[in-house]
Design a protein around this ligand. Structure first.
Ligand code: GDP
Length: 426
């Protein structure tokens, strides 16, 4: 999708996450100079398969696998430094040199061990299906104006002062929540002192770097985590993540102005999945749901949790198209549907006997909607070797045409397998 007019492209998940953004970013990064993560934390697991190697990247943009690309962890991300270092070590051990190619915004907030304790305690009472990695509490601290940022490590004595206050506060909260866990100030201090020498050399005003790159005509890819329906404003609240996953969040979280962005690619599976709790209107009953899960390998990249599986939901994707301003669609995992004789597609909902074409605000109403299905004929042939639309069986092309018409966004990419080369550019 990069061309003369499109040099700053956002890639966003347009369902409930896990759409295969990692693979799309990997494919697009080949033509990019910069890849920037703009929100979320180590809860997002992108999986990229190259040859026989599988890389699971939680914080580092998957663009790192291309030697020419500079990767940025933007100010909108909440950073878990130890996990970042583990990822850097994993890459180094597998022969990927990241020196001088990865930068972390000095304005990014840190996720510290006390955030994880708070996350575990609140998950016990709130049951939102979080990954327990402290992301939610770290964002709470950011907006509560008591976060600790990467730049604070530059003056460790300030960080020490902040820490005493934050650890005390976390322990009071843990007590209130009935948790027996406690955070230790000494452990946190030791951690920050250990992290600083490795983290600070990567710290930079990354918004400025990206701004300069765009002005110089370089190609920049802004990589979202999770999906539109998990956006804190537009998702199925409260079963959402703690940040703006949608394209508007990309400019804020990368530290550039919204007018710099000139394309938004929405990644969708050819069906639908969701991890954790909350409504999933087109959830398939077994055995079809289980078949999708097995064929699609629908188990969380970070947690191993089985994903709930169902049919393509056009109401969700139309909504995602609107709130993201999508200019193109990438349909992934088409091959997972290869063996189905019939493929239902959710075209709208019925809510309390009335037809409903837009997403209701209340999660409880979304839990009550009944999907209206249109049943499409399957193709019952393998698609994994297709490299052009013309290589696909006609029923598969008709299926894609229907998804395009229902969502109102042109299909620009179709992914037909896990490998890098298993992609069709339309
Ligand atoms: P992300 O967070 O959106 O990148 O999604 P995940 O990485 O959690 O999930 C995507 C999974 O689907 C990974 O295991 C990919 O290797 C796999 N995948 C991506 N595209 C395709 C595809 O077209 N077909 C199949 N079968 N698997 C795919």
């Amino acid at each position: 999708m990069f061309d003369k007019k499109t040099t700053c492209l956002v890639v966003v998940g347009s369902q409930w996450g896990d759409e295969g953004k990692g693979k799309l970013v990997d494919v697009l990064a080949e033509r990019a100079d910069f890849v920037v993560r703009y929100q979320g934390g180590a809860n997002a697991g992108h999986t990229v398969v190259i040859g026989d190697s599988q890389f699971v990247l939680r914080q580092i943009p998957s663009g790192i696998l291309h030697p020419r690309v500079t990767c940025v962890i933007g100010n909108g991300v909440v950073l878990e430094p130890e996990n970042l270092f583990a990822e850097l070590d994993q890459l180094r051990d597998r022969g990927i040199d990241t020196t001088g190619r990865i930068f972390v915004s000095d304005r990014a907030h840190l996720v510290l061990p006390y955030h994880k304790l708070l996350d575990a305690a609140s998950e016990r009472s709130q049951k939102l299906g979080t990954t327990g990695r402290g992301i939610g509490p770290a964002y709470e601290d950011k907006y509560g104006r008591r976060g600790i940022r990467v730049t604070d490590l530059r003056r460790i004595e300030c960080a020490e002062h902040l820490l005493t206050d934050r650890v005390d506060r976390a322990n009071r909260l843990l007590e209130m929540m009935g948790s027996g866990d406690r955070a230790r100030y000494e452990d946190h201090l030791e951690l920050l002192q250990r992290l600083a020498p490795r983290l600070l050399p990567l710290a930079a005003d990354t918004g400025l770097m990206v701004h300069r790159a765009i002005r110089a005509g370089r190609r920049v890819l802004l990589e979202g985590a999770q999906g539109a329906l998990l956006d804190v404003d537009h998702g199925t609240y409260p079963y959402v993540t703690s940040s703006n996953t949608t394209a508007g969040g990309a400019a804020v979280g990368a530290g550039i102005g919204p007018t710099a962005v000139n394309g938004v690619l929405g990644v969708v599976k050819a069906y639908t999945t969701r991890v954790g709790n909350g409504p999933l209107p087109t959830e398939a009953e077994s055995p079809a749901g289980e078949r999708l899960r097995e064929l699609g390998g629908e188990f969380g990249a970070v947690t191993g949790r089985p994903r709930r599986c169902g049919w393509f939901d056009a109401t969700v994707v139309r909504y995602a198209a609107r709130v993201n301003g999508l200019t193109g669609l990438a349909v992934t995992k088409l091959d997972v549907l290869d063996s189905f004789a019939e493929i239902p597609v959710g075209i709208a909902y019925r809510l309390d006997g009335e037809s409903c074409e837009e997403m209701p605000a209340e999660v409880e109403a979304l839990g009550r909607v009944l999907p209206i299905y249109e049943v499409r004929p399957g193709w019952q042939q393998p698609t994994g070797a297709a490299r052009r639309l013309a290589d696909l069986p006609s029923a598969a092309r008709a299926y894609l045409d229907r998804l395009e018409a229902l969502s109102g966004v042109p299909v620009r990419y179709v992914s037909v397998g896990t490998r890098r080369d298993q992609i069709i550019e339309v």
